[in-house]
Structure formats: structure tokens, C-alpha cells
Design a protein around this ligand. Structure first.
Ligand SMILES: *Cc1c(COP(=O)(O)O)cnc(C)c1O
Length: 402
């Protein structure tokens, strides 16, 4: 086999990168996949090498061939200078934040952020003397007015967790960079396949590998990819916290990586089909899916994103909570559970009203978040039909009683 030149490799499409990334069969006796290296100790051939400590692998927490394979594949896919691997998506968020703040700093966090991100800012960061201001996800370039001399980081997430606002990341990045602040983005929904973060101005991109990279609801993993500017701080912080990911988890992530494009494209297709079906239902007030023309942020999604994954929300016309619960309990194919990105469909009720502070969440009815899996779409809509039958039964009888 001929080896690709660096130049040829840099011009490959992301789909091909998923196949080649992180693989080096020459180093693995010709076997296609990098195996699971379990290990703490790495032996040095002699005293001089031990003292120099400049070998490719020196200790398990600093990396193994398995973790290196995943880091390299992810950096190549993301267009990043480097990647840090951590045990969960939330750990990726906390590591990325810790890598760019110090006591006395101020950070800006979108009001639409994943809720545990807020908890970390309001507890740990507050205790360390870092002040957080939550901002309206729709601020765009207007974020400049919230930036202070000590603002060191702006955290974005698009689309917003559960609520699906699409932020103008390039505009926010331009304003943050003009003031010297770093831009963080939770890019779990789109993955680097559907939103190339560093090309769009993001310095530190966060991905819960738990979702589409793992793809089978059997893995917890987080990844932070960084550009040249943010990488030294990320590496120092990961080392200081001794953050590392387990070799089996990295192996499973590498396995998931090979099919991630196929699964995401299918999630996009199925998700849109389900979203359109739901949009036509009389029980549904609105569907929050950025790839639908009806979504308020459709234009910005189309400008910046290369696709949509299979997670979206809906708002029901007002019904009592008992009717929503009857709907959920009647479903046989949609599991009631957190997380997403696996092969199976899920649904959860949610309400952002209790914790928003810069904006108000009042969508006009009960809200549900759907994760579409790989089941046949007709089976899924038949399942939802049965749910809506129950919803109407319960809503009707409670209406009569009230
Ligand atoms: C699930 C999720 C996370 C956290 O991932 P875990 O691996 O479950 O910790 C972070 N951000 C977003 C947007 C998520 O949906």
C-alpha cells in the first residue's frame, strides 16, 4: 500500500477521515485497529532514557497508543491543534473552563447552556473567585457590551440544550477575540461533522463522546479539542488535574467514530421525518428543530451548520401534566431516559423556566425532547399515535371534571 502524503491527507473529506483517523497498522503487526493498551508503567530501555523522559509514551495517565489514536483522529476531524480526553462530557466542560480562568476573572455563559454547566459555574467557579454572567443566546455581536476587562472566556452552546436556540457563533467569536477572551463551545449536538468548530472561531470545542461518538448508550466519554492558542492551557490543566480516559472507553469511541457519519445522516433523516410528522399533529403547538423552515433560527443554522442530528424538542398545546404523563406512559418504543445519540429512541419532559436567569422560558405549553433512533419511522409514529390517543383521553376527562 502507498502512504498518503500530508498534503493529500489534508484534502480528504471528513467521511474519509473517519475511516483513516488514528490508525497505524504498521505499528500493530498489520492489524486494522489499534488495540486496547492497558497500562500504568512504561519501561525505559536504559537509565539515560529514563532521565531524559522524552519517550513517546512515559506513563499511562500521559497517554497510550489507544488514547493517542483517538486524540489524533478527533483533532484531524475537528481541524484542531490537539485534543484532551476525559471521563465524561461534563468533565470536558469543566476542564475546558478551568483551562482558561483564574481568580478574579469574569466569564460569559449562554443562558441556554446544559444545566450542569451552570451548576459548575455557580458553585466551583464562584468559590474560586470567578464571576459568571449569563447572557441571552441571541446576543450575537451584541455580546461585546457584556465583555469586561477581566472577561477571559465566553461559553456558547448551539443549539441550546433542550430549547434549541442557534447562536451566531462567528459573530460572538469575533467580539470575544477583539477583547482577548477565549471562545468555548459545547458542540455535542452537531459534532465536528455538522459544525466544524475551529473554522467558525471556537478556541475550545467540547463534545460529549457519550452521545453520537459512542452511539450505543454504552459509553461515557468527553473530548476537548483546541486550536493553537488554547492548546497549551488545555494540556497544562489536563495534566494538573490528572484527567485521562480509560482505554476500553477510547477503543469503543474509535469503533463508534468509523460509522459516525452514517449514523448522523440517518439521525438527521429520521429526525426531520419525525419532526415534520409532529408539526402536523393538532396536539403540537410548535416543533423546535433548527432544520425546519418554521424554526426562528433556520437561516443561521443553514449558514453555519452542515447538517442536523436527531435530537429536537416540541411544545404541546396546553394540557394538564397528567395528560402528558399518560402520553409518555403509553409509549412502547420511546424510552423515558436521559442522554441521547444512541441507536434507540428516547423522550423526556423538560422545563427550563426554573433555572434561566437572563431570558424567560415560557413556550406556551408542556415541552418534550425527542431523540430519534434507528427504528422504522412508521413504527415510531404509530407508537406516538397511541400516546396521543391517551393524551386526548386524559385531557378530555380532566377538562370535563374541571
Ligand atoms: C449529555 C451532554 C453533556 C454531558 O455528557 P456526559 O457524558 O453525560 O457527562 C454535555 N453537554 C451536552 C449538550 C449534553 O447533551
Amino acid at each position: 500500500m502507498r502512504k498518503l502524503s500530508d498534503d493529500e491527507r489534508s484534502r480528504l473529506s471528513s467521511r474519509t477521515r473517519l475511516v483513516l483517523g488514528g490508525r497505524n497498522p504498521d505499528e500493530q503487526f498489520g492489524f486494522v485497529n489499534t488495540p486496547i493498551y492497558r497500562g500504568s508503567t512504561v519501561l525505559s530501555p536504559d537509565a539515560a532514557s529514563l532521565r531524559r523522559s522524552d519517550a513517546r509514551f512515559t506513563y499511562g495517565t500521559h497517554g497510550t497508543p489507544t488514547t493517542e489514536a483517538l486524540e489524533n483522529a478527533w483533532s484531524e476531524l475537528s481541524g484542531a491543534a490537539g485534543t484532551a480526553l476525559v471521563p465524561s462530557g461534563l468533565a470536558a466542560i469543566t476542564l475546558a473552563l478551568m483551562s482558561c480562568v483564574k481568580a478574579g476573572d469574569h466569564i460569559l455563559v449562554t443562558d441556554s447552556a446544559y444545566r450542569p454547566t451552570r451548576r459548575f459555574c455557580d458553585t466551583v467557579l464562584a468559590r474560586m473567585g470567578v464571576e459568571t454572567t449569563y447572557y441571552d443566546p441571541y446576543l450575537g455581536a451584541g455580546i461585546a457590551s457584556l465583555i469586561r476587562p477581566n472577561t477571559s472566556a465566553v461559553l456558547t452552546e448551539a443549539p441550546g440544550s433542550q430549547s434549541f436556540e442557534v447562536q451566531d457563533i462567528p459573530a460572538i467569536a469575533a467580539a470575544a477575540h477583539a477583547a482577548g477572551a477565549l471562545v468555548l463551545m459545547d458542540n455535542t449536538w452537531a459534532t465536528p461533522l455538522f459544525f466544524p468548530p475551529h473554522e467558525r472561531g471556537v478556541d475550545l470545542a467540547i463534545e460529549a463522546g457519550t452521545k453520537y461518538l459512542g452511539g450505543h448508550s454504552d459509553l461515557l466519554l468527553g473530548l476537548v479539542s483546541a486550536n493553537e492558542r488554547a492548546l497549551p492551557g488545555l494540556r497544562r490543566t489536563a495534566e494538573a488535574f490528572a484527567m485521562c480516559a480509560g482505554p476500553e472507553d477510547c477503543f469503543l469511541a474509535l469503533r463508534g467514530l468509523r460509522t459516525m457519519e452514517l449514523r448522523l445522516r440517518e439521525a438527521e433523516r429520521q429526525g426531520l421525518a419525525l419532526a415534520r410528522w409532529l408539526e402536523a399533529r393538532p396536539e403540537v403547538k410548535s416543533v423546535l428543530h433548527p432544520a425546519l423552515e418554521s424554526h426562528p433560527d433556520h437561516a443561521i443554522w443553514k449558514r453555519d451548520f452542515l447538517g442536523a442530528s436527531g435530537l429536537f424538542s416540541i411544545v404541546l398545546n396546553p394540557v394538564p401534566e397528567a395528560a402528558v404523563d399518560a402520553f409518555l406512559d403509553a409509549l412502547a418504543l420511546f424510552g423515558l431516559g436521559y442522554s441521547w445519540g444512541g441507536y434507540e429512541s428516547l423522550v423526556i419532559p423538560f422545563n427550563c423556566a426554573a433555572y434561566r436567569s437572563a431570558t424567560t422560558w415560557s413556550p406556551g405549553g408542556p415541552a418534550l425532547r425527542f431523540q430519534v433512533g434507528l427504528e422504522d419511522i412508521n413504527d415510531l409514529t404509530a407508537d406516538l399515535e397511541r400516546g396521543f390517543d391517551r393524551l386526548r383521553d386524559v385531557a378530555g376527562s380532566s377538562g370535563a371534571a374541571g
